[in-house]
Design a protein around this ligand. Sequence first.
Ligand code: FNR
Length: 388
Amino acid sequence: MSSETPEAKASRASRKDDHVRLASAQQTEGPRRTDFDDLEFVHHALSGTSPDRVDLSVNLGDWTWPTPFYVNGMTGGTETTAKINRDLAIAAAETGLPMACGSMSVALDDAEAAKGFTVIREENPDGFVMGNLGAGRSADDARRAVELLRADALQLHINPVQETAMPEGTRDFSTWMSGLEDIVDACPVPVVVKEVGFGLSRRTLTQLAEIGVRFADVSGAGGTDFLRIENDRSGAADFSMLTGFGQSALACLLDAPPEWTGATGSTSAAASTTGSTTAARSNAATGDSAGPGAVPSRVLLASGGVRNPYDVVKALACGARAVGVAGTFLQTVLDQGAEGLVELVHTWQTQTSALFALLGAQRSTDLLGTDLLTRGRLGEFARLRGID
Ligand code: FNR
């Protein structure tokens, strides 16, 4: 039995459906320039290898994933979104992609809504599945969410910008840090802390490391824009003044602290700046002090605005161990169902191997040895943050 009033239930259902509808509308707006366009590889014409030598699997310490990209947390809890989760799960099962669901709060006290999440396990009984909850939930909720989905990991989203703009959102974030700590301590599976498209800063990543978080998805700006989604929902107070708030995934990766990158003797994971608008990232500034192939004690994931395999490769080259994709895959299942996503994932796998070969990388960690240039907004960010 649901403990929600019928009004609260209807409002929650309409929010879930609004999110999908408005995220999809953003996907169909056509291309826009993002920080991914401000990162370039210096081309070395004789450094390539063969795609036959490429191994796309990634070692995240606790797990090995077959591809360096995954389906990020999106939805569940209504009839429409259950169908989306079903299609995503079918595609994930067929391609071996790890997959997360959207926030499961609703599933914890509504058996009907829970079916929109458990469908993921039914369609993908042996796959790698992540549950999802927001900051502010209890450790007991986290345990129940994991149990409901037989989840391999739990995504915990921290989304203060979205909450600020959301008509029914919370404005009090004062207990989030202690709540997170409780969940990290009590959760039976590893916790992946993520943003929802505004980025995790250097300071935030340090705070997460201090409470024992070992997996973080920086989920930066430039892709699905939840500020705009919430502003576009009816009844929203206008927070469009915050447009552009937050950092992109690449900015977060370049700025990540050593406790997440394993880099020694430097304040940042990556880049060495060579000028006010151009930054070059060199091989040495990477991965971990035990060598680029070793698994650091903490694992950085990235997402936010990933449109194609080139974006995936760029995020890996900036230090992500794997890359989450939400809006792009959502649009594919909405337009072409599970079959369309299976085809797209196969294309991405082939193209990612080809890009690795072009860049001379046999494994994703070899990309940490590529020469990178940052320009424009991203270059400016690197300069202002003193990344060198
Ligand atoms: C999301 N995202 C999300 N994240 C989360 O942790 N819990 C959630 O419930 C949701 N809900 C949700 C709904 C929809 C429709 C979308 C498209 C996305 C955020 C998502 O995981 C990701 O962090 C951002 O969308 C940025 O990635 P993309 O969309 O630019 O690839």
